[in-house]
Design a binder for this molecule. Structure first.
Ligand code: PGA
Length: 244
């Protein structure tokens, strides 16, 4: 199982250092069967990497560009991340799609470059509420997942897909375990990806029922990943389920 914390635009370097300094101790005994990732904003990556050096927690960025360098104001390259010791990147998050013009094509290009350079990748997909209510969930997921599958036709364990229904992100409204299981099974039928994470209002209180689903291989956690105790509680649930 993989539990990843997406900090979004929260935590300055000092806050990241505090969180990451206490994380390994809090995670004592969790290591077996669970990979843990934190994804701080760019300016806190270095602090997180330094605090977690030689620890079994990977630091991911929240985005990465598809070209190695170039005139791309506001973007960051694979090489810049790898120089810092960053191990992977989230791509295609719905907030990037919603607010910053990310498309299936650009998300897929980001995934491809990062994957080919040896970074871990969490590629995000998910339908909006309007799309779900219009019965378009499968069509949307197919379009989003196939773009990634064309860009990375032979994924290995370094690439995970995160199913994040947009209506469940930051809303406190979680997909039911059945909705998650159904969407994950559909994604798996399209793409031979090793791990499919669920994201959208995952909390210590609902982690167990979601992670217990056969096709749910982990979680991408936003709000509840900002507090070390709630993040660790989710990691502990994952560890317990992966042992059972
Ligand atoms: P949330 O965010 O857990 O705060 O809903 C999840 C995400 O956007 O990755």
């Amino acid at each position: 199982m993989l539990i990843a914390g997406n900090w979004k635009m929260f935590k300055r370097p000092g806050e990241a250092a505090d969180f990451c300094g206490s994380l390994p101790g809090e995670l004592e005994g969790v290591a077996d069967g669970v990979s843990v990732v934190v994804a701080p904003p760019f300016t806190s990556l270095q602090a997180a990497v330094e605090a977690l050096r030689a620890r079994p927690v990977a630091v991911y960025a929240q985005n990465v560009h598809w070209d190695r360098e170039g005139a791309y104001t506001g973007e960051i390259s694979v090489d810049m991340l790898q120089t810092l010791g960053v191990a992977g990147a989230i791509v295609g998050h719905s907030e990037r799609r919603q607010y910053f013009g990310e498309t299936d094509e650009t998300a897929a290009r980001r995934a491809q470059t990062a994957f080919e350079a040896g970074l871990g990748v969490i590629a995000c997909v998910g339908e909006t509420l309007e799309e779900r209510e219009a019965g378009e969930t499968e069509a949307v997921l197919r379009r989003q997942v196939e773009a990634i599958a064309v860009a990375v036709p032979e994924p290995d364990t370094a690439l995970a897909v995160a199913y994040e229904p947009v209506w469940a992100i930051g809303t406190g409204r979680t997909a039911t375990p059945e909705i998650a299981q159904e969407a994950h099974a559909f994604i798996r039928s399209l793409y031979a990806v090793d791990q499919i994470l669920y994201g959208g209002s995952v909390k210590p209180e609902n982690a167990e029922e979601l992670l217990a689903q056969a096709h749910v291989d982990g979680a991408l956690v936003g709000g509840a990943s900002l507090d070390v105790h709630s993040f660790v509680a989710i990691c502990r649930t994952a560890a317990r389920l992966s042992r059972s």
